[in-house]
Design a binder for this molecule. Sequence first.
Ligand code: ATP
Ligand code: MG
Length: 224
Amino acid sequence: MIRGEAVGLRYGGRVEALQALSFHVPEGAFRWLLGPSGAGKTSLLRLLSLAVRPSGGRLEVLGQDIGAAPRRSLPPLRRRIGMVFQDFRLLGHLSAFDNVALPLRLAGRPEGQIAADVAEMLRWVGLLERLHARPAELSGGEQQRVAIARAVVTRPLLLLADEPTGNLDAAQAARLMQLLKELNRLGTTVLVATHNDALVARYPATAMRLAAGRLLAPEADDGD
Ligand SMILES: Nc1ncnc2c1ncn2[C@@H]1O[C@H](COP(=O)(O)OP(=O)(O)OP(=O)(O)O)[C@@H](O)[C@H]1O
Ligand SMILES: [Mg+2]
């Protein structure tokens, strides 16, 4: 599913945000991505979501060598990946409904199916009654839940979530974990970057730990 060999990422040719990362995430796995602020969690998720290409090493995502793949092969690959951004990245002029519908429309799904799928997802995150609201009319936690709904509505093969509980209360965070665990059970590979130690303690899974742009040696895990 995902394999990195000595992967590096440099910003602006200078700052080495990630250095020599070697890792393997098998299909169907659930992984926490942990580490202090600035350790490189978002940077690694950017690489895995194909927003940027590695500046060194070899990275394979969904069976494709990302460094070597021709540019035109990336968009179809990206459509199989769901990403919950740390800063949500909702489109301000679109309603909650239309934000969640966007990836389905881009994929050319019929409107009838889109309406049903979007409603189901918004119900799941508890926002069905807010479907007409624009992001500016939603609380931080509500916006985060729209972003989560948008990332999972396409039923991606790989789901990347960057601090997805940062704006959620404990009950909402627990609900999100149920959703992620359920997706994972159905076969989606899931990576979740977080600072939420209580959540990690409550839902034990193998962790990838970053510190200053490097991956620490993996600890004994509990299986996947
Ligand atoms: N666009 C950028 N240009 C230059 N440097 C960047 C850029 N984005 C991130 N960095 C640097 O790369 C390093 C890793 O940042 P990153 O955002 O990946 O950390 P993080 O682990 O996600 O932190 P946080 O927990 O605060 O979200 C930091 O030193 C950061 O300053
Ligand atoms: Mg981050």
